[in-house]
Write a protein that binds this ligand. Structure first.
Ligand code: ADP
Ligand code: ADP
Ligand code: MG
Length: 664
């Protein structure tokens, strides 16, 4: 860097973003300091920086959100700049102020710019004044039910209730009818108070079938501001992004320009400096300002992939007082980029977060067109304290169709065991006709998951691959049995025929095949006659031939569970133990079992009293997601085996629920 007003950068974050920031800082010749909580002593981001300081216990409120400890860490190590990453303190104006007071450069906008956008209500007021289109709605100070109800009626249903201090999709409620309003307001207030310490709400018209389109902007201290094109982040779950791409597949050049103009207007209105994102919700003809994120965004790599720029480098240069590296006319884009967020959450169990130790961790080979940003590796523990983002997989291609294919192929190589991930769902989405046609809206994933009949299921070839995976696993467990890979799995029966029956469960459905070991080698029999099967290990996966066609697959095991990736999809299969009893019997009974590992936040139901079907029993929080356990039927909570504050493991018995509905 030219000016070098700072030489040592403290990165006040963790996970993939801390690693990613360190990479650019090192390339620019800056020394780096990591901070970490007691849960993160062995985390990759600690290894990725030159120095590291422990800033407290696992809970974010005791470590990554402690302004005083982070400033102390910077002082102790002589760091003269701090990059906040995203999440945590990145949009905290008090943190920016504390940095300035300590004479440390905050890599981000001014505290005043952060404050201007911190409240969604204040931001709406300001944007309306600046002439940026906002979603029709109410963002006044009066917060009583009567005022809010009248506002909702005036806006017209459906409406969306949002915490003004919101973020991460928390506390938002879609209300489709007036009679749902009162309960939704109470729920949103409660969640807002708990998550943000502020229960104020705003109401917006809910844009059905909307698309989330955002514009990356960049400002410098010399008064310049440019846009670095848009990103389409329409594929979301729980109002949080899952797949993002650039450019958007649905915008005309005219609409594109209008968005860039509106975004730069928004930035100029608050004298914006550094990287920022102006988010819009768009329907077929309009776009409306949603909010501005005054930080680097999770999905910034897609912009980097189509522009060839390094946005963290831009951030550091701008923070050092340099002019923007490029003028607007010199910023060009090329090709199409897509990012898939690999989350530790289980698509077969309502996308509940999954914590635990990563047993296997295999990522696709990186190249100019395939990028993996992560903060994890095999052996790491994914704790319940932080959000469930494990990695981001970003691909680039000359056009969108090729980018989707490339993403699917790269996802096939992403194999994780030990914890559940959303890779299988990502592949279903990437292969979906509606995604290929860009015929999607922000509700697409939730609608897709609500209809189990449309979910991808393993086909006959996947079953062959699963059998091959069993053979390879046995091979590993039975070493010293030959060296030629094609011989690995055949020929060990010297005479006669032996049959081995294999059964797998996929979301409760049974798949079966029989391996037949004959004199002339191994065969696999499904419904008809046995067909020869050959298997060979290659590049972290294996090739298999059943009949004419050679195919590739990948399998990672964790106990009897295998994550199997073929060119058709990724599936989690359970290998049925022929000597065990019927496994479905295990889940019967009255025990109230924890659906995920996490902390018991609230107990709503009274032991002993009758609970109606669907009523809340208790709430568990893990990885920033709250999950409410509800009564499966009318019944009674006869006993309780946990209390508020307890950490419970997935599957632990939390109490006993006895069904008292008429049908029983
Ligand atoms: P983006 O638009 O970049 O995805 P989000 O608002 O979804 O932004 O959040 C960005 C990141 O910050 C995510 O990893 C999210 O989990 C995290 N995050 C969101 N809210 C909070 C919060 N209150 N405290 C800490 N981290 C948060
Ligand atoms: P957060 O701070 O949690 O990111 P946003 O205001 O950006 O909150 O909203 C999160 C997501 O919710 C958006 O990306 C969008 O998909 C959806 N959303 C927000 N406002 C609306 C709206 N008025 N109509 C439809 N969808 C909306
Ligand atoms: Mg947002």
């Amino acid at each position: 860097m030219n000016a070098r007003p700072f030489g040592k950068l403290l990165i006040a974050n963790r996970g993939e973003i801390a690693c990613r920031i360190a990479r650019t800082a090192h390339r620019l010749g800056l020394a780096t300091v990591a901070v970490y909580s007691e849960a993160d002593c062995d985390a990759l981001h600690v290894a990725a920086s030159h120095e590291a300081v422990c800033i407290g216990p696992a809970a974010a409120a005791e470590s990554y959100l402690r302004i005083d400890r982070i400033i102390d860490a910077a002082r102790a190590t002589g760091a003269d700049a701090i990059h906040p990453g995203y999440g945590f303190l990145s949009e905290n104006a008090d943190f920016a102020t504390a940095c300035a007071a300590a004479k440390i450069v905050f890599v981000g906008p001014s505290a005043a710019s952060i404050r201007a956008m911190a409240s969604k209500s204040a931001a709406r007021t300001q944007m309306e004044k600046a002439g940026v289109p906002i979603v029709p709605g109410y963002h006044g100070d009066a917060q009583d039910d009567a005022t809010l109800s009248a506002a909702a009626r005036k806006i017209g249903f459906p409406v969306l209730i949002k915490p003004t201090a919101g973020g991460g999709g928390k506390g938002m409620r879609v209300v489709t009818q007036p009679n749902e309003l009162e309960e939704a307001l109470a729920g949103a207030r409660r969640e807002a108070a708990r998550s943000f310490g502020d229960d104020r709400l705003l109401i917006e018209k809910y844009i059905t079938r909307g698309r989330h389109i955002e514009v990356q902007v960049f400002g410098d201290t010399h008064g310049d501001i440019v846009s670095l094109f848009e990103r389409d982040c329409t594929l979301q779950r729980r109002h949080q992004k899952v797949i993002e791409e650039a450019p958007s597949a649905v915008l005309s050049d005219e609409r594109r320009e209008a968005l860039y103009t509106a975004a730069c207007m928004a930035g100029r209105a608050i004298d914006y400096v550094g990287a920022g994102t102006v988010e819009f919700i768009a329907d077929d003809s309009h776009h409306y300002f949603l909010e501005m994120n005054t930080r680097l965004q999770v999905e910034h790599p897609v912009t980097e992939m189509i522009t060839g720029l390094d946005l963290v480098e831009w951030q550091l240069r701008v923070a050092a007082g340099e002019k923007l590296p490029l003028a607007q006319r010199d910023v060009v884009r090329d090709g199409h980029a897509i990012e898939a967020r690999i989350y530790a959450e289980d698509p077969d169990r309502d996308l509940l977060p999954s914590s635990g130790r990563i047993v296997e961790w295999q990522t696709p080979v990186q190249s100019a067109d395939v990028r993996v940003d992560t903060g994890f590796r095999a052996g790491d523990i994914v704790t319940q304290h932080y959000d469930p983002l494990l990695a981001k997989l970003i691909v680039r291609a000359p056009n969108r169709a090729t980018a989707l294919r490339r993403l699917d192929a790269a996802l096939q190589e992403f194999a994780v065991s030990g914890i559940a991930t959303n890779v299988s769902l990502l592949r279903e989405l990437v292969q979906h006709r509606c995604v290929a046609d860009a015929n999607i809206d922000t509700g697409f994933i939730e609608r897709y998951l609500a209809d189990p009949g449309v979910r991808a299921v393993p086909d006959e070839t996947d079953l062959v691959a699963a059998c091959a995976a069993v053979l390879l696993r046995d091979q590993v467990q039975r070493p010293g049995s030959g060296s030629s890979p094609w011989r690995h799995t055949d020929g060990w029966m010297v005479a006669g025929t032996r049959r081995r029956h294999l059964a797998f469960l996929h979301r409760g459905k049974r798949l079966e095949a029989t391996l037949v070991y004959q004199r002339d080698g191994l065969h696999l029999q499904r419904s008809d006659s046995p067909v020869p099967l050959k298997v060979a290990v290659r590049d972290g996966g294996f090739d298999f031939v059943h009949g004419e066609h050679k195919r590739r697959a990948k399998a990672v095991w964790s106990g009897r569970e295998v994550v199997l990736s073929t060119d058709h999809g990724t599936f989690i299969l359970h290998l049925v133990d022929p000597f065990a009893g019927d496994e479905s019997a295990l889940s019967s009974g009255h025990g109230l079992l924890a659906p995920m590992s996490g902390t018991v936040m609230r107990i709503v139901a009274d032991p002993g009293s009758v609970i109606e079907r669907g009523a809340s029993i208790l709430m568990i929080e893990s990885m920033k997601m709250e999950h409410t356990m509800r009564a499966p039927s009318r019944g009674t909570l006869t006993s309780l085996a946990c209390k508020v504050g307890d950490f419970v493991q997935q599957g632990a018995e939390l109490g006993e629920f006895v069904n008292t509905s008429e049908t029983q």
